[in-house]
Design a protein around this ligand. Sequence first.
Ligand SMILES: Cc1cc2nc3c(=O)[nH]c(=O)nc-3n(C[C@H](O)[C@H](O)[C@H](O)COP(=O)(O)OP(=O)(O)OC[C@H]3O[C@@H](n4cnc5c(N)ncnc54)[C@H](O)[C@@H]3O)c2cc1C
Length: 505
Amino acid sequence: MTTARPIIVGTGIAGLWTAWRLASEGQAVVLMTKEALADSASAWAQGGIAVAMGPGDSPSQHAADTMAASDGMADPEAVRILTSEGPGRIYELLALGARFDRGPDGRLGFGLEAAHTRARILHAGGDRTGAHLVACLTAVVRTNPLIEIQEHVEVIRVLLHDGRAVGVVALPQGGTSYPMFAPAVILATGGVGQLYEVTTNPRVATADGWALAHQAGADLKDLEFLQFHPTALKLPGVNPAPLVSEAVRGAGAILIDRERRRFALDTDSRGELAPRDVVSRAVAAADAAGGAWLDARAVPDFASAFPGITAILGHYGLDGSRDLLPVAPALHYAMGGIVTDLEGRSSVADLWAVGEVARTGVHGANRLASNSLLEGLVFADRVGRSVGASLETPRAPVPDNLPVDRETDSGADAHCGPLRDEMRRLMTADVGLQRTEASLLHAEQELARLSDETPPAAWRTGNQLRVARLITEAARRRRESRGGHARLDYPPASAAASTKRKEAV
Ligand SMILES: Cc1cc2nc3c(=O)[nH]c(=O)nc-3n(C[C@H](O)[C@H](O)[C@H](O)COP(=O)(O)OP(=O)(O)OC[C@H]3O[C@@H](n4cnc5c(N)ncnc54)[C@H](O)[C@@H]3O)c2cc1C
């Protein structure tokens, strides 16, 4: 099968916006997704979308907060683009029919979140922002005749010729794979959470984009920088772990240990609203010592303020206004990924990456809350424009006899559940919230063993192990603690200095 249309892989906010941008410029595209269109992390986003449009705010203030959160690692130019182009994308979303929550005066309402110095978080439907945005964009792409949507089609390889991406191998559920040629391939495949035992990420977040790009020879970077969310519901055996948004703590919920003691203030004067990595470590310590709970009983009008979370809690027989909520940290977001330039080009010609799968430089070592949906919009827009412009340059023809194996799903991955469970446990225990040289070495050895035990036909499991090993190697190479990468054997500079000071006294 051939096509002269760019192929976009993934239907989260990044893939949907890229498709719309290209189509709005008259370019036909193919949009593929391995499950249903709404199966994405984007649809689950609770907190909202950060944008400098509120009173007293400015893109430069938003940029300063983003740089501060990144622990000195973000690229200032990427951050400038994110924060200054954000308002334009929100106006476009509004024009497309997105309905953000408004105050009594009819103006857009902006919420405050940890590490933001201004109220700048837009919400839709309270805590259902992602679902609202995805529904809005779904309606847009489904009614655009230039966008062909292929659901339940998994991309299993990027096709290469003469060092360029020339298409993908696509595997429909229950069918046989087929090659699909394209002048450009855009990976918008989201995150990596499912490599970990406890994660907020949906089941589709199996790091496919990183594996596909690595196989294609593209550069990946900053893979060790992973963000853990401190308050996922701790429900043994439930995957993904349901998230209780930071906004609930923002509304007054507190964290307590098994003695019913508020513990977050022990480590940071900002308490429950300290940066995510700080709160995550405090929750993990309380959990290890007997349990950690979120007490939201004093939050006024919990059900109307958090309708989405109330529904999730209800599903598990919990009520935020009545019950203590058992919580534990969970893998939430990947800051690194496929290295791109500021228009989303990877190091392989005609291969683009956008959204959580990409490493644009906007997050550095740690992501500022609610910046990822914005990144999805802003950089997808740039990708759409640059792919569109690139199509004006004709590509060399792809030979008809380019070898492409036909594959079916042999079912081998279904038998590798125990291998993947072991990988997920290892990643959580050894490459998780806190790492050491010894834990990382142990993980490397065990992951190598698991890879050896994986039959070649179980390529999904093999790909996940490949990425798990890349993350572990990156974490071992970085001999410092920074942002989302905490090494117990290399404490942060300020902590090391204070230990030395204490030792000196
Ligand atoms: C519970 C939760 C709450 C969050 N809340 C917020 C928030 O309030 N604000 C915020 O800014 N961020 C939030 N985030 C983070 C944010 O949602 C994500 O970073 C962002 O939505 C990622 O968008 P994306 O388009 O890059 O990927 P995704 O939305 O994850 O979409 C990836 C798509 O790729 C498809 N795919 C993957 N592999 C393949 C393959 N091999 N073949 C075909 N298709 C494939 C998937 O099926 C999916 O459609 C939250 C994340 C979670 C999990």
